[in-house]
Design a protein. Structure first.
Length: 255
């Protein structure tokens, strides 16, 4: 067999390369004589992805949720709006509080002075409270509370869009058995806890209970230093200091 000329062999090799690449779905364009391709195909790396463009407007943070942890409304969800200073009482703290209260609040009259998410007031309603008044000065939060009461069929709950202290001043004396006081922590230094506790003194009878939640132990101690109150239970969970106070009889002046 005769030998094949070198230029003819080059064309045969190039043609084989072309057929190979066509079978692989590639398009090759030649100008002039087809070049001799390298013995191994060149691997083309995908381009390095560029930075992901950020949206022009950041996504709005979705509202959070808390759940009622006891009673006939157990596991019901409550919306926590994205609102400055709104800080629902943690599950662990609520569980401890209602253990202190005895779980069953049947027949009791409860007042949630700084309702916020409604976690305390609706927890009381879930556990049988006969009446729950929730006070919230922010109209948007109060609307969410009213919607939750409707959705949960909590007919014994009334939502009041009003300042907490003004509401307490207008309540009849000894009109509640349990009062929840959990003001915004940002306002703690202004004496809001002390003023709220003073307002609660008039609306609970002797033996009545007040739940107090504060960012510092000294605030709880300062409130409890008043002889009108006695600490029944006290605890801490992280940065939350909380206590259950009981109304004491007014001291009888001596003659």
């Amino acid at each position: 067999m005769g030998s094949t000329p070198m230029h003819a062999l080059a064309h045969i090799v190039a043609r084989q390369r072309v057929l190979h690449h066509q079978r692989c779905g590639e398009r090759l364009c030649f100008h002039g004589a087809p070049p001799i391709l390298p013995p191994f195909p060149t691997l083309l790396m995908p381009p390095k992805p560029g930075p992901i463009a950020k949206p022009a407007h950041p996504a709005t943070r979705a509202p959070g949720e808390v759940r009622i942890i006891g009673g006939h409304l157990k596991r019901s969800k409550l919306t926590v709006a994205d609102h400055p200073g709104l800080r629902p009482t943690p599950d662990r703290v609520r569980e401890t509080l209602f253990n202190w209260l005895g779980q069953d609040l049947t027949g009791l009259r409860c007042l949630d002075l700084f309702a916020g998410s409604g976690a305390l007031g609706l927890e009381a309603a879930s556990r049988g409270a006969a009446r729950v008044d929730m006070v919230e000065r922010d109209a948007r939060l109060a609307e969410l509370l009213a919607d939750a009461c409707t959705r949960l069929n909590a007919s014994q709950v009334t939502v009041h869009v009003q300042d907490a202290l003004q509401f307490a001043e207008r309540c009849a004396a000894e009109s509640f058995d349990v009062v929840f006081i959990d003001p915004p922590f940002a306002e703690a230094e202004g004496g809001l806890h002390e003023r709220a506790l003073a307002a609660a003194k008039r609306v609970v009878p002797t033996g009545g209970l007040v739940y107090l939640e504060a960012p510092e132990a000294r605030l709880v101690a300062a409130c409890a230093s008043n002889p009108a109150w006695q600490i029944r239970r006290q605890a801490r969970a992280g940065s939350v200091h909380y206590a259950l106070l009981q109304r004491q009889p007014d001291s009888t002046p001596t003659h």
